[in-house]
Design a protein. Structure first.
Length: 134
């Protein structure tokens, strides 16, 4: 399928309500990263569907970010591509510790990270990761 993460779900009637269950799954391992159940009154579904969608989307981004950071921390630096190097550098940046300054600086100056930042500026935050390496 080519996806690293999958969003799955189910809908089950429960009398005059229904239960919506949503899961965020890591595709490679099948690990359930996040799950939530919504109990919804049939008569209010149209009024609440946008709210439920927004709620789900607002949770997925930080959950995927957390899963990506966990995945990147466990891999050897030599095995990381440019995108992964940038993400690892950002992870070190947000830790704000002296011991994280050196890995952050290395990630921002690594030659394989530069072409990605030039070709895909949207992959880096304003100012780029090199601007955060202080």
């Amino acid at each position: 399928m080519g996806a690293r993460y999958l969003v799955t779900g189910s809908v089950r009637p429960t009398g005059k309500d229904f239960r919506l269950t949503v899961n965020l799954i890591e595709a490679e391992t099948g690990l359930n990263l996040w799950s939530h159940r919504y109990q919804i009154d049939f008569s209010k579904f149209l009024d609440t569907q946008d709210e439920i969608s927004a709620s789900i989307v607002s949770v997925l981004d930080p959950e995927i970010e957390r899963a990506e950071q966990t995945r990147l921390r466990t891999r050897e630096v030599k095995d990381l591509d440019s995108w992964e190097l940038i993400r690892r550098g950002i992870w070190h940046t947000y830790k704000f510790t002296e011991e994280d300054a050196a890995p952050r600086a290395r990630a921002s100056r690594r030659p394989s990270a530069a072409p990605l930042a030039q070709a895909k500026p949207a992959y880096t935050s304003p100012g780029g990761i090199s601007g955060m390496s202080g």
